[in-house]
Ligand binder design. Structure first.
Ligand code: IMP
Ligand code: MG
Length: 183
């Protein structure tokens, strides 16, 4: 793996696709154990979670459904905090077990917002599965049950995550190379 340049910024390799796959398999194992018989509905939050959702679902072997929703936009290298409405939810989710599938939980603004909207719709049990979790940036109290990989407060791209729209297609995860980055 070598560095990549996105919008003029250098990102260096951080987490290989094989490490990602191992972490995803661990989360799937835990979910298979915890949610057997509950017929959970996985709600993947687009765009960022599309790769994680696909790989996770291939390893979830209990009876379940998956659907896709959208929330808000995110621009630049820090959270905007401007969260929009949940869109694309057509299922009747009252009384169900719902697993929110996210790419990354940073400040937690997005996940708290989604959580509150699902609670208001009468979901019985809400779980969060996220590929990446930044505990040092997290300011909320909503529990993050299934965090595949815990990372420090760095800005990362790849495996679904973008920097201003680019980098989502990278198979591995890269981190902004602050030292070699000429701003
Ligand atoms: P939060 O609302 O602060 O938790 O941020 C959640 C959203 O911000 C994620 O779904 C991502 O779209 C975006 N985000 C947060 N950190 C990063 C990062 O390091 N790289 C790319 N996107 C990020
Ligand atoms: Mg996102």
């Amino acid at each position: 793996m070598s560095s990549v340049v996105i919008h003029g910024h250098t990102f260096k390799p951080k987490i290989s696709s094989s490490e990602i796959q191992k972490a995803v398999a661990e989360v799937a194992k835990q979910i298979n154990k915890d949610l057997k018989g509950k017929q959970p509905l996985f709600l993947a939050v687009l765009n960022g979670s599309f790769m994680f959702a696909a790989d996770l679902m291939k390893k979830v072997n209990i009876e379940c459904e998956i659907s896709f929703v959208k929330v808000a936009s995110y621009e630049g290298t820090s959270s905007s905090g401007k969260i929009k409405q949940l869109i694309g939810l057509n299922e009747d989710i009252k009384g169900r077990t719902v697993v929110i599938v996210e790419d990354i939980v940073d400040t937690g603004n997005t996940i708290e917002n989604v959580w509150e909207q699902l609670k208001a719709l009468g979901v019985a049990d809400i779980r969060i599965a996220t590929l990446l979790f930044k505990p040092n940036a997290y300011t909320k109290t909503v529990p993050i049950e299934y965090a595949a990989i815990v990372i420090p407060n760095d800005f990362i791209v790849g495996y679904g995550l973008d920097y201003k729209g680019l980098g989502r297609n990278l198979e591995d995860i890269y981190v902004l190379d602050y030292e070699n980055d000429k701003k």
